[in-house]
Design a protein around this ligand. Structure first.
Ligand code: LLP
Length: 428
């Protein structure tokens, strides 16, 4: 399963480095990234856009993993990034991202965050609601400047995914609703102000989506909207941003779309629809987060206690859990676990992998057939590169794990393990 590399003796390797060596060198829990896997995904997205005549932009949705090392990598790979807070913007700039390549999202951007984005002259602020339009207009007026903005539309598409991560439906907290006329009203407000350069339109239907249909429907709907607004307002969108949400492989049942295939197909759809509408082809932007980093990350844990009550339960406990990966507890997300020293070990033990947190909901893998784990074994949880570290907490005063980048059989520590003292640094 997944894009894991395995030694000929069955041992797990990450970016060419044996997982057992990483666990030994840095301790556990440890999140290890295969950097070439991230680069391959970026290349695949770029390839999908390669034949699109008006060009486009791959924008890394950095909420998936907002490490400085990741912004540096994005800058080096010449892709953009999406930030959703002042903190992410600060990290992106510190990581060397070109402000022009940064896009700012959010349903309740704070006045100071908007001001920060304005001062940094970032490439695009994606306007989400009426309050923001008013706020941003005032800030721009006060600074005697203008900003490039895109309008976020809730396209009224129900994505097939967990309800917590579906965002395209009309009752979403994100973006302007189409059917009620609010989106139209918002565009008018933007066009009426001298402070906005409205570069285009945005939509995002949700996350961890496998079905191309939702994306295609969104593309068609957005071009129709471009047509309508071109007639109504003489508005011409220079960019069309179709968001992110491309699903990845967590377990056998997941069948992800290949980025180059789905993006090429979307770009074809946009071309066809734009031609029918008789409009000018906009730049095409996509905002993948999970699909750039998710499968590239593996979390290594050390097994501690095991508990078996015959006929009732069989628990394998590891030295991390919901503090470094809240996704199973929050979304019922499923993962694949391996025994790092023998990835081919027979899976003939029905067990539940739990963490060390003081909560029964602290589960990493719900009961399934697994290899037999013993104390001190290194357990590898695959595809933990997205929304793991970035959603990590200090619950129970457990420090957040260390993170290492591995490539061509070399490893580099990119985030230190959080110490007890680190966790007290803000306390008076
Ligand atoms: N663009 C926008 C406007 C978004 O809201 C998101 C994700 C993305 C792009 C990137 O979506 P991706 O390609 O990563 O699916 N914590 C959840 C996911 C929340 C996603 C929020 N928005 C999880 O762990 O599944």
């Amino acid at each position: 399963p997944n894009k894991t590399e395995v030694h000929n003796n069955g041992q797990l390797k990450i970016g060419g480095v044996p997982a057992l060596n990483l666990a030994e060198k840095y301790g556990t829990p440890l999140i290890a990234y295969d950097v070439s896997a991230i680069k391959q995904q970026i290349a695949s997205f770029k390839k999908g856009l390669a034949n699109y005549p008006a060009g486009g932009r791959i924008i890394y949705a950095s909420k998936a993993f907002s490490a400085l090392a990741m912004y540096r990598l994005a800058a080096k790979e010449d892709i953009g990034c999406d930030v959703v807070s002042g903190g992410e913007l600060y990290a992106a700039l510190a990581g060397g991202m070109d402000p022009e390549m940064i896009e700012f999202h959010g349903n309740n951007k704070l006045p100071e965050e908007l001001e920060y984005a304005v001062k940094q002259k970032i490439g695009c602020i994606v306007v989400d609601n009426f309050h923001e339009i008013e706020l941003l207009d005032k800030i721009l007026a006060a600074h005697h400047t203008t900003a490039k903005v895109a309008l976020r539309v809730a396209p009224g598409i129900e994505a097939e995914t967990h309800k917590y991560i579906a965002t395209g439906q009309s009752n979403s907290k994100f973006g302007f609703d189409l059917d009620s006329g609010q989106a139209q009203q918002a565009l008018k407000a933007l066009l009426d102000s001298p402070h906005f350069d409205v570069i285009g339109l945005h939509c995002h239907i949700g996350s961890q989506i496998f079905n191309a249909e939702g994306f295609e429907m969104a593309a068609v709907k957005m071009v129709k909207l471009m047509k309508r607004w071109s007639e109504e307002f003489g508005f011409s969108a220079r960019i069309l941003n179709l968001g992110g949400g491309f699903g990845i492989h967590y377990t056998e049942s997941d069948q992800p779309l290949k980025p180059e295939i789905i993006v090429a197909s979307l770009s074809q759809t946009v071309q066809t629809e734009i031609q029918k509408a008789g409009l000018e082809l906009p730049e095409l932007w996509v905002e993948p987060g999970r699909s750039l980093v998710g499968e590239a990350g593996t979390t290594l844990y050390t097994v501690g206690s095991t508990k078996k009550v015959p006929g009732l339960c069989n628990f394998v406990a590891v030295d991390g859990g919901m503090g470094d990966n809240i996704r199973p507890a929050l979304y019922g997300a499923a993962y694949t676990a391996l025994l790092a020293k023998d990835t081919n070990a027979p899976r003939n033990e029905l067990a539940t992998i739990v963490g060390k947190y003081c909560e029964s909901g602290d589960v990493l893998v719900q009961a399934q057939m697994l290899p037999k784990f013993h104390a001190d074994d290194i357990l590898a949880l695959l595809s933990t590169g997205a929304y793991g570290y970035s959603m990590a907490s200090n619950y129970n005063r457990n420090g957040r794990p260390a993170v290492v980048f591995c490539e061509k059989a070399k490893d580099q520590l990119v985030i230190k393990r959080e110490s007890y003292a680190d966790m007290l640094r803000n306390e008076l």
